[in-house]
Design a binder for this molecule. Structure first.
Ligand code: RIB
Length: 327
């Protein structure tokens, strides 16, 4: 395989001149440029990506770190990030952190050494002190890191209030909430939205809030216990779609009919919701749009363009299906 030295020899120029032609940087007279380009073509020289990234300290790579690739929300988000990353001339490296700060820091360090050009991170653990020495731009997606870091997310609080209000308007007389993990801001905000909608209603009790940890099986177990103690619950707002699937499975095992006896609404809008039985009513996040926007912001920062806006909060949309009584 030809090297940059072979090209320099054939074109009778220095390696530095070949680099200037390859990187289109610095002055090269037209005849010399033509000789170098002819040598590159005749030798079928392919610049070594590692050498180029070492030379330019750029790799045209973007790192995406997500907390749980087994949750369909994140592969759908990664799909959007990858599409737009490629459209803008970059390649994507996908990392799964398991919400583990050590893993997150190891990925950032490893990709930094490969001269990744920027990061998009979904994290509830990375804090400002963990990224203060980062020399490349970072965008927080779905969950903020700090006020200095550009952030793309959705309005979880309003979405949760609308989900709960939907169940009230559908005639539900006692509504529970399956919340996600504590200290994960989207889960906390959805909990707050539910609470502000029901806290003054006569039937409200704190024990109507259970923690499903964004997980199907955990939710199935805790929901079965809840519905056994409170068989008069006729509506449940689940803080993400996987937990809503757990509620559906709990109702099935208890012989509770959906939506006649129990209405269920989720949050996320993952494609899986179209395959459950009954199909799930949910508050759908614009998953593709938030992923796309995060990449656009990051590439603007990588390519030193001024950001028109640093933070974006998208609204979520109600998708009515068969898991809720009609209003
Ligand atoms: O389902 C996974 C959840 O984690 C989603 O609701 C998303 O907003 C992220 O916070």
């Amino acid at each position: 395989m030809s090297t940059i030295r072979d090209v320099a020899k054939v074109a009778e120029v220095s390696v530095a001149t070949v680099s200037r032609v390859l990187n289109n940087k610095g002055y090269v007279n037209e005849d010399t440029r033509k000789r170098v380009e002819a040598a590159i073509e005749s030798l079928n020289y392919k610049p070594n990506a590692v050498a180029r990234s070492l030379f330019k300290k750029q790799s045209k790579m973007i790192g995406l770190i997500v907390p749980d690739i087994t949750n369909p929300f994140f592969p759908q988000l990664a799909r959007a990030v990858e599409d737009v990353t490629n459209q803008l001339g970059y390649t994507l490296v996908l990392c799964n952190s398991d919400e583990d700060i050590i893993k997150e820091q190891k990925y950032i360090e490893a990709l930094n050494q490969k001269y990744v050009d920027g990061f998009i991170v979904v994290t509830s653990t990375l804090k400002a002190e963990h990224i203060k020495d980062l020399k490349v731009p970072i965008v927080a997606l779905d969950r903020p890191i700090n006020s200095d870091t550009p952030t793309v997310s959705v309005n979880n609080y309003d979405g949760a209030r609308n989900a709960t209000k939907y169940l009230i308007d559908a005639g539900c007389q006692k509504i529970a909430h399956v919340r996600g993990p504590h200290n994960v801001l989207p889960a906390d905000e959805r909990y707050r939205g539910y609470l502000d909608e029901v806290k003054d209603l006569i039937w409200y009790r704190p024990e109507l809030i259970i923690n499903g940890n964004f997980n199907i099986n955990k939710t199935k177990e805790v929901t079965k216990k809840l519905l056994t103690v409170h068989p008069d619950i006729d509506g449940i707002f689940a803080g993400n779609d996987l937990m809503a699937v757990g509620v559906i499975k709990a109702a099935e095992e208890l012989g509770i009919r959906i939506p006649e006896q129990l209405s269920i609404i989720g949050f996320d809008g993952i494609t899986l919701c179209e395959t459950t039985s009954p199909e799930l009513t949910t508050m759908a996040q614009p998953i593709y749009n938030i992923g796309s926007k995060a990449v656009q912001i990051l590439v603007d920062l990588i390519e030193n363009r001024q950001l028109e806006q640093k933070n974006y909060s998208f609204s979520v949309d109600l998708i009515e299906r068969q898991s809720t009584r009609s209003r």
